[in-house]
Design a protein around this ligand. Structure first.
Ligand code: FES
Length: 103
């Protein structure tokens, strides 16, 4: 199984590559590589600190249920998702993730 390389764009537009594996939860990858401020609720869909914009080429099923409700409360755009609800697979390789949550 090959590594999955993602390009993470921070709030200032800076880019950084992180490496993950299929089956990893995106929030965990971002928390472990970028900031401990990501994933404050531990994936309970209550904090929004894992809010990210996904590369438009990233074909993931749309948000539903509690995730969709929190995204609506946050006023998140079409490409926005909660990183705690995204499980990586090989299709994510070489795609971009933009950090959207403001402290
Ligand atoms: S970690 Fe809190 S909503 Fe995703």
């Amino acid at each position: 199984m090959r590594d999955i390389t993602l390009t993470v764009v921070d709030h200032e537009g800076g880019e950084r590559e992180v490496t993950a594996a299929a089956g990893d939860v995106l929030m965990h990858v971002l928390r472990d590589n970028i900031s401990v401020e990501i994933g404050i609720c531990g994936g309970e869909i209550s904090c929004g600190s894992c809010l990210v914009g996904l590369d438009p080429r990233w074909a993931v099923p749309g948000a539903h249920g509690e995730e969709a409700e929190l995204l609506a409360v946050l006023g998140a755009g079409e490409q926005a998702r909660l990183g705690c609800q995204i499980v990586l697979d090989d299709s994510a390789h070489r795609l971009q993730v933009t950090l959207l949550h403001e402290d």
